[in-house]
Design a protein around this ligand. Structure first.
Ligand code: PLP
Length: 344
């Protein structure tokens, strides 16, 4: 077990958190005169539950994780930022990523003035364990970010590799599972109780189809969750978001079939892309996008843009690659048609 208390920034460990009106009085009442709200009921005139217990109760059922091991935020991006703020002393501590990966880890590190160590993925897009381990002797290394399935490469990291790192590292191992609902590999949430330094990030932004409401989830030991709760803005998840999330999670009809459709479209799209002369590689994907290596990515990107089709140019981080989200059947055919025209 990792000594979490030792990892927490001293100022955060000693912090007396803001105590909101909704924190100080718990229980039922009929007259609420404690928070300077407008008393006229609109359904939105009251501050929301700062710790989102109703929503957490439902997530706890779905994910089979105790409520106290769940943090909810304004997107997983909020959880990423709070991990830096809770555990990394600016100008001293460090975090580690394995590029190419999600850009927010680096941006969040830069905002928080935390040095980032990069141990690039191997040529098969898997973790370079020896390279990562070589930084374990650095007492200032506090966070390791592992994205699985990884954005933009699309693959899952080997389960054994991740668990080895979690067992050996004395800081936090953050596993970003934004795309886990599209993957065959099971979530690291199963087994969370064996590692108090594991933090799993999930989101309603991808498979759940709710990017607009901004709801991110972090699953971890209560010691880690308590740190995030101490430093978060008191009402970080608004009432509309809590309601929309609960509604979605209370009615799972259609969820799996939507995911299945995206998966079958991913397969078709992958095959069709693979047949194009201007495509050199379609990487295997466990997510709702494909990383595709083109002979001339810039030309393709530009031509698609002119037809009103936007994909993501990742050629700076993955040589000659564009990242293409799996769309509807019609959108995917439109994309393939435009790409076919280009090779004529
Ligand atoms: C899209 C994505 C997220 C989602 O972030 P939200 O803030 O929850 O929308 C997180 N991590 C990765 C790797 C992503 O690609």
């Amino acid at each position: 077990m990792v000594d979490i208390q030792k990892l927490i920034r001293p100022n955060v460990r000693n912090l007396k958190p803001y105590s909101s009106a909704r924190d100080e009085f718990k229980g039922s009442a009929s007259v609420w005169l404690d928070a300077n709200e407008n008393p006229n009921n609109t359904g939105l005139n009251r501050y929301p539950d700062p710790l989102q217990w109703k929503l957490k109760a439902r997530i706890s059922e779905l994910k089979n994780v105790p409520k106290g091991s769940i943090f909810l935020g304004n997107g997983s991006d909020e959880a990423i930022d709070l991990l830096f703020r809770g555990f990394c002393e600016p100008g001293r501590d460090k975090a580690l990523i394995c590029s190419p990966t999600y850009g927010m880890y680096q941006v969040s590190a830069d905002i928080n003035n935390v040095e980032m160590v990069d141990v690039p993925l191997n040529t098969d897009w898997q973790l370079n364990l020896e390279g990562i381990r070589s930084h374990f002797s650095d007492a200032n290394l506090k966070l390791i970010f592992i994205c699985s399935p990884n954005n933009p490469t699309g693959n899952c990291m080997k389960r054994g590799d991740v668990l080895h790192l979690a067992s050996e590292f004395k800081g936090l191992v953050v596993i970003d599972e934004a795309y886990i609902d599209f993957a065959e590999q099971e979530s690291f949430v199963n087994g969370l109780e064996n590692h108090n330094n594991l933090v799993i990030l999930q989101t309603l932004s991808k498979a759940w189809g709710l990017a607009g409401i901004r709801l991110g989830m972090a699953f971890a030991s209560t010691e880690v969750i308590d740190v995030l709760n101490r430093i978060k803005p008191p009402y970080n998840v608004n009432q509309l978001t809590q309601e929309a999330a609960l509604k979605k999670l209370n009615n799972l009809d259609g969820f799996q079939s939507e995911v299945d459709t995206i998966l079958s479209e991913r397969k078709t799209l992958g095959i069709e892309l693979g047949q194009l002369k201007n495509v050199s590689t379609v990487y295997p994907s466990d997510a709702n996008f494909l990383l595709v290596k083109f002979t001339q990515p810039k030309v393709v990107y530009q031509a698609l843009t002119e037809q009103g089709i936007v994909v993501r140019d990742r050629s700076k981080v993955a040589e000659r690659c564009l990242r293409i989200t799996v769309g509807t059947k019609a959108e995917n055919s439109q994309l393939i048609n435009e790409l076919k025209k280009l090779q004529e």
